[in-house]
Design a protein around this ligand. Structure first.
Ligand SMILES: [Zn+2]
Length: 277
């Protein structure tokens, strides 16, 4: 899915879907926009929903969709969770060893690649560290946490991963404020590696920077914050005193639609709309 995106000059959106309604938001948007999509869930989300419940409905939604949908485990920090998710039908996993020194990250990532490739599951890994926005935290990302291009080449070559998440200025959880991307660094990483590149923290990337990043080899952009906001706003609106909605399904359907519209907008921005052929 990502190699096709790289060839044709667009990025596939990875969208956080914490519950049934958000899975439906993403799949409905993908079918409506004729776009491929990646459903994202992480350990926290799986703790909430229960891995087997979540995998059952998300996998079914992906199978039944009329467009390509990947079910992807995001930011796994241990092999045990990766193995459980693969057993439950995930088609793609991200192992995040970015908190470890390079050699340890390589060693752990290789183990994940071995386990995943044996059963036809693809692996994304992270080098450098994409920070998380917090109260009062500066948007600028320190040089030290950004991906080093030469290390990226070695990391890709020695681990055999299918996609590389890079730290080039994006921040998890940004909303309204924008991250500033280091395009020189991104270009060097793209020149030195041949795997699809992934940006996390997609909500906080300005539109023109999205297009420039795609030109430099970014094939997947993760979006969580924008969906979280849209879904919660949809819920709040539907629960407001004047909404007239007092049915559980009406309330959740409002939130689902609000999130779907955000996903549709991102698919057009990433230029994946119309590419699900
Ligand atoms: Zn991330």
């Amino acid at each position: 899915m990502l190699r096709k995106a790289r060839c044709e000059g667009y990025a596939v959106g990875g969208f956080y879907a914490w519950n049934l309604e958000l899975v439906q938001s993403v799949v409905n948007a993908a079918e409506g926009e004729c776009s491929p999509a990646v459903l994202l869930i992480n350990q926290t989300g799986l703790n909430y929903a229960g891995l087997e419940y979540y995998a059952a409905f998300a996998k079914k939604a992906a199978e039944k969709a009329t467009v390509p949908i990947v079910l992807h485990l995001d930011h796994a920090q241990n092999l045990e969770l990766v193995t459980q998710c693969i057993r439950c039908g995930f088609s793609s996993v991200m192992f995040d060893g970015s908190a470890f020194p390079l050699e340890t990250n390589i060693e752990l990532t290789r183990k994940v690649v071995e386990a995943a490739h044996g059963v036809g599951v693809s692996v994304e890994a992270e080098l450098g560290r994409v920070p998380r926005a917090g109260n009062g935290l500066p948007v600028e990302v320190s040089e030290a946490s950004m991906t080093d291009p030469d290390e990226a080449r070695r990391f890709v070559d020695t681990t055999g991963i299918d996609a590389l998440a890079v730290s080039v200025g994006t921040v998890h959880g940004l909303y309204k404020r924008y991250a500033r991307l280091d395009f020189n660094r991104l270009k060097r990483i793209g020149d030195l590696t041949d795997v699809p590149l992934v940006l996390h923290g997609g909500t906080g990337i300005p539109d023109d920077a999205v297009h420039k990043a795609v030109e430099l080899g970014v094939c997947k952009i993760n979006v969580g914050e924008a969906l979280r906001r849209a879904y919660l706003n949809g819920l709040k609106g539907a629960l407001g005193n004047n909404s007239g909605k007092n049915d559980v399904m009406d309330v959740l359907a409002s939130a689902r639609l609000e999130a779907e519209n955000v996903v549709r907008g991102k698919m057009r921005l990433f230029r994946s709309a119309g590419k699900a052929d």
